[in-house]
Design a binder for this molecule. Structure first.
Ligand code: GP9
Ligand code: MN
Length: 733
């Protein structure tokens, strides 16, 4: 055995390492093959390092995967050529495949330099014209090392022409191609298994293309994307306008009439939506050690200018934040699996809030968020939704302590957004996606309020959660102070909502004592009850605010807001119902087809009586009938929404007075955004309706007060933002 290993090492040393043998190997079929595989793997690793920023690897397993993931795939793909007997065809096929794979790699490198993203099949095939944003094709950024992506191919061809490499006429031994294929297959399988352990649900949730490339490699990612695109394409191809008619009829039948008491109450006002990351209703009014966790949000909740809801549920699926966003902007559900943003967002037809408000009330629009622009495919989705400005983490200084792994800290996000916010023409529709209150809820000591002592619950997640809740509360308060000082508050409606749970079912029982419950009695209905998230509509000047107990959820927000703004939602295809309508149905559908009403709930196949918190072991015949009826309503609603989205049926329908959104009208580069906002202000001169214009072209930033300790920190060249990996829970302070 020892001798065999020794011989093998000797063989490797002489045949592979020592340069004078290289040419001899290149003159055999197997040698030529091995060199091509080796070069392709090296070039891929070069691209990972020099261009794709090492894909933000975080742990040794990921580093290992980076080096391994090109090997299996390349071996499998190229092994097919080993079956070819005629020498010219064998060498030709190998070189063509080599060129194709190198081209795929290189195109991705160039594309990444411009868009910080990988090529999807749609982009490659040109179905989805990428907005060049005024950048001429000539502006492609070349790098010095680019030569390495091609030099091996050029050298091989040169060696063949000069007959230094001669075609080897001997085909490989009978089992050799199969052996090589099997080794490649084995490597790829191990790669997939390790990836699944390190990052479960990688394929189903599809967070980000970078995740997929990091774990699977560029080739498998492209094939998976092609498969996905093909599947979506098939579903879409088969769709007919008649299917749309079915959906449209369903939606019209379920339209909940306008309540005149509220219709148009906020007409013409700016809208600011504050997305409270992972923030649950149970934190509202909660006291820990006798102290309120979120005193400011509580004061808004009880404010006479606020309509607040205490039975409002999140309805997200695997797309988490992106599902919540989709529901709020479109009043359609996310998908049964994965994120609609990631899966369909490249070419979906949306009739979404920013476009609707722009076309009905000349609203300008912007999203502010501290994470990179590509996460959840937002770079593409927002264009299709008609967002004019997408001010992502790529715009801000996120260096040093200014960010957590998820992006710019909330206090800084609100403050640093001001130069953009004040330049938006009014009325505007602006959305803030906060992110500091995101699992694992770790926060630097300097950001913590020394006067706030959190729980000692037995779960670190729970204890930390209240700390970041408290921070989020302070951040929102600082922003409200600015809105008041700058005068924006007067003509603005602020909508606040929580996107989904922060404490998972696994940790929820630790909340029992805090919520005055018995931990040993904790059940499925308790978990479902925790899916409540805040929903508040704050309108300064309104006097008759109240806490509304209607059961509803995220799907209902768009029509509610539209009606408050005096825009009738009737002609749009929306699955939610105005929460303020007398006809609003109180059946809340969860994405997994479970449901809850004020009286009953159906959770994982069991029924519950909501008010008494008891399971219904033996439903009566009447109850069975009623539950079946509710279930069928829930299932139909979700199916209708899925049919609309998966088949992209909105392309068959343009509501009266609505102009379809064109992706190419939008450019989210920082340079273009700043120039655009400036030129709008200049063009309008005295008629500019931006806060900046109204303030005699003076910035209002000096009116912003924050106690964020990092606000004055100099920019450094370190950053903690590792958004694509950040739900790695081991990532602590
Ligand atoms: C990412 C942030 C969080 O940018 O919005 O997304 P989530 O993990 O909550 O879906
Ligand atoms: Mn979220």
């Amino acid at each position: 055995m020892k001798k065999r290993v020794k011989n093998w090492l000797k063989h490797i040393w002489q045949e592979v390492i020592l340069p004078h043998n290289w040419l001899r190997q290149l003159n055999t079929r197997a040698g030529f093959f091995s060199w091509i595989v080796l070069f392709l793997v090296l070039k891929t690793v070069l691209a990972y390092g020099a261009d794709f920023e090492w894909l933000h690897v975080q742990d040794p397993i990921q580093v290992l995967l980076l080096f391994v993931n090109p090997i299996g795939f390349t071996m499998i793909l190229l092994s097919s050529t080993l079956l070819i007997k005629p020498k010219q065809i064998y060498y030709g096929a190998l070189l063509i495949l080599d060129t194709v794979l190198s081209l795929l790699l290189y195109l991705n490198v160039i594309y990444f330099r411009e868009f910080s993203d990988f090529l999807s099949i749609n982009t490659i095939l040109g179905y989805n014209t990428v907005n060049q944003g005024g950048k001429a094709a000539g502006a492609i950024a070349f790098g010095v090392h680019d030569i390495f992506f091609w030099i091996d191919i050029v050298a091989m061809i040169a060696l063949i022409i000069t007959r230094k490499i001669k075609f080897d006429p001997r085909p490989l031994a009978r089992f050799q191609p199969f052996k090589i294929f099997t080794i490649g297959f084995f490597i790829l399988t191990v790669n997939l298994l390790v990836a699944d352990i390190d990052r479960p649900q990688l394929l189903t949730r599809q967070f980000d293309r970078e995740y997929m490339v990091k774990y699977l490699g560029l080739g498998p990612f492209t094939i998976y994307d092609a498969f996905n695109t093909y599947q979506t394409g098939q579903v879409r191809k088969s769709a007919t306008p008649e299917e749309f008619t079915k959906v449209k009829n369903y939606v019209s039948e379920h339209y909940a009439a306008i309540n005149p008491q509220f219709y148009g109450k906020a007409k013409g006002k700016n809208v600011i939506v504050i997305h409270l990351e992972s923030f649950q209703q149970m934190s509202i009014d909660a006291k820990i050690n006798g102290q309120e966790v979120t005193p400011f949000l509580n004061s808004l909740y009880h404010n006479q200018s606020t309509i607040a809801f205490d039975n409002f549920f999140n309805q997200v699926g695997q797309g988490k934040t992106s599902d919540a966003e989709n529901m709020l902007e479109t009043s359609t559900f996310g998908l049964p699996q994965g994120s609609l943003f990631s899966k369909l967002g490249n070419d979906q037809t949306f009739q979404a809030m920013p476009a609707i408000l722009n076309q009905h009330g000349d609203y300008s629009s912007a999203v502010f968020h501290g994470n990179t622009g590509t996460f959840w495919n937002r770079n593409n989705v927002y264009k299709h939704m008609g967002y004019q400005n997408w001010i992502s983490g790529d715009y801000f200084d996120v260096t040093g302590q200014k960010a957590t792994t998820w992006g710019l800290k909330d206090k800084l996000l609100f403050k640093d957004s001001v130069p953009y916010l004040e330049n938006l023409q009014q009325p505007f529709y602006a959305k803030y996606l906060t992110v500091t209150n995101h699992t694992p809820y770790t926060l630097d000591r300097d950001d913590r309020d020394p006067n706030f002592a959190t729980t000692n619950s037995g779960s670190k997640i729970v204890d930390n959660y209240f700390v970041t809740n408290h921070y989020l509360d302070q951040a929102v308060k600082e922003f409200f102070d600015y809105l008041n000082k700058s005068g924006l508050a007067k003509n603005t409606m602020v909508v606040l909502y929580g996107d989904h749970y922060g404490i998972s079912n696994t940790d929820a029982k630790y909340l029992a004592p805090i919520l005055g419950k018995d931990e040993s009695q904790w059940n499925d209905l308790d978990n479902a009850n925790l899916q409540r998230v805040p929903f508040m509509i704050y309108m300064p000047g309104m006097k008759n605010g109240y806490i509304n107990h209607t059961y509803g959820g995220e799907i209902d927000v768009a029509p509610t807001i539209e009606h408050l703004l005096g825009v009738n939602s009737k002609s749009y295809i929306q699955f939610g119902q105005d929460l303020l309508s007398q006809q609003h149905s109180q059946i809340v559908a969860f994405r997994n087809k479970d449901w809850i009403t004020p009286d009953y709930a159906s959770l994982s196949g069991r029924y519950w009586e909501v008010k008494t918190n008891t399971m219904i072991e033996n439903p009566t015949a009447d109850q069975e009938k009623m539950f079946d009826q509710i279930q069928s309503e829930v299932t139909t609603k979700l199916n209708m929404s899925d049919s609309l989205n998966q088949k992209n049926l909105l392309r068959f329908y343009t509501p009266k007075g609505f102009k379809p959104v064109e992706e190419k009208d939008f450019d989210y580069s920082k340079r273009a955004t700043i120039a655009r906002l400036k030129s709008e202000n200049n063009k309008l001169g005295k008629n500019s309706k931006s806060l900046f214009g109204k303030n005699n072209n003076q910035s209002t930033i000096s009116q912003y007060v924050t106690d964020a300790p990092e606000a004055k920190d100099q920019q450094t060249d370190t950053t903690r933002v590792l958004p694509r990996n950040a739900d790695d829970w081991s990532q602590s302070e």
